[in-house]
Design a protein around this ligand. Sequence first.
Ligand SMILES: Nc1nc2c(ncn2[C@@H]2O[C@H](COP(=O)(O)OP(=O)(O)OP(=O)(O)O)[C@@H](O)[C@H]2O)c(=O)[nH]1
Ligand SMILES: [Mg+2]
Length: 457
Amino acid sequence: MLNKLSGWSDTIVAIATAPGTGAIATIRLSGNDSFAIIDKLFPSKKISEQLSHTIHFGLLKLDGVAIDEVVIAVFKGPKSYTGEDTIEIGCHGSIFIQQKILNACTQKGARLAKPGEFTQRAFLHGKMDLTQAEAVADLIAANTEASQKNALNNIRGGFSDELKLMRDELIQFAALIELELDFATEDVEFADRTKFYDLLNRITKTTDYLVRSFQLGNVIKNGVTVAIIGKPNAGKSTLLNTLLNENRAIVSDIAGTTRDTIEEVLNIRGILFRLIDTAGIRSHSSDVIENIGIEKSFEKMKTADIVLYIFDINEETPGSLQKQKQIFDEAGIQYLLAANKADISTAGNIFSDDNIFHISAKNKSNIENLTDALYEKTVRDTLSEDNTIITNARHYDALVKVRSSLSDIMSGLDTNVSGDLLSLDIRSCLYYLGEITGEVTNEDKLDFIFSKFCIGK
Ligand SMILES: Nc1nc2c(ncn2[C@@H]2O[C@H](COP(=O)(O)OP(=O)(O)OP(=O)(O)O)[C@@H](O)[C@H]2O)c(=O)[nH]1
Ligand SMILES: [Mg+2]
């Protein structure tokens, strides 16, 4: 596969630290000429003659003119991130200096790196498989405890190791079944069918689990959308402010205060919850703007992962609440019910249902139970550190195809189809498994995947 992929033998350079001014910045070179290029820019010591994993302090100069005092770190391939000879230049963090050093490197023969090209090279040199490379991008983008843990687990091969093992076992069976084809006239069975069924069942179980985990993975990566819905004056905006612990939305006793939706992010136990405060829903309003707001509330209600339905305990009747629940149930909407203004409740315990949270948004009482329930309902207890979780749509698509080719193999076995048909299905299963880890790939696909990375990584 590697020799089919071109254009990766030249030396690339990029600023690896965030764009802008900082105390220090890192510029990274990778490729065959990294040491030759740095030798032209760092006259005080021959870097090409230094040991790997050493650092060197001195002046970086372009054609005799000093640019900056720098620290050079040396990594000799294959013991580097990319697997190639790599230099990391630590310089002062002025944008001007960073740019000058970058230009000096290109003048001496390096080419500007494309996004993700360092990681792409690491993959091409076998330093990591594709799922690990993708986890690098996920780790850089991680913004919560859960997404960071999951990406780190995947970088360390957590999920691809499992797939590779299954693929290897399947390859062995494929070989035996194909061997049987050579002896077709003799009616021999090299591949033990009971063991084969056993393996297929194991792969199916794991694939099913991984496919299911995608939903949860999506939650970890993209968060949970929560629409706060209710009648005017129920206390939706007050609840939003209380959850966020800041006065984000305008609160007033005038019904119809919130017109447009307001979105804010809340972190509950490492998961991002996108809270959406909406316009109160009522059936008759002559206000055009309010009606547009109400339309939007319905839209948000339909697209949210969960609806937080809040009502004024003194205004709501059990009958109308029942109707509301029916609407949610019929539309397949997940919801939580919050009876608000419990601090001035005159309603006694007519809403004594266990599934209703009695809160006071204004006095911030019983709010923690509500956030706990939000977490439980959406993230559930499936989320644990050791569980492998799929967050990548590309992996998900391939796994769904793995799953369908597994069904084909199984039904082929059940109906005793000929070995050549069976081996076609096994090959397609192997293909999709290999596509996930990058054992089967092509240049366009790789370019697409790595183009989503940052430059310098
Ligand atoms: N006593 C009491 N009053 C509350 C509570 N929560 C909200 N309120 C009051 O109820 C009124 C309406 O609150 P909002 O948060 O603006 O209600 P809303 O649901 O956002 O209303 P709209 O935006 O008009 O749909 C305000 O006067 C709040 O102070 C509560 O828990 N207890
Ligand atoms: Mg409001």
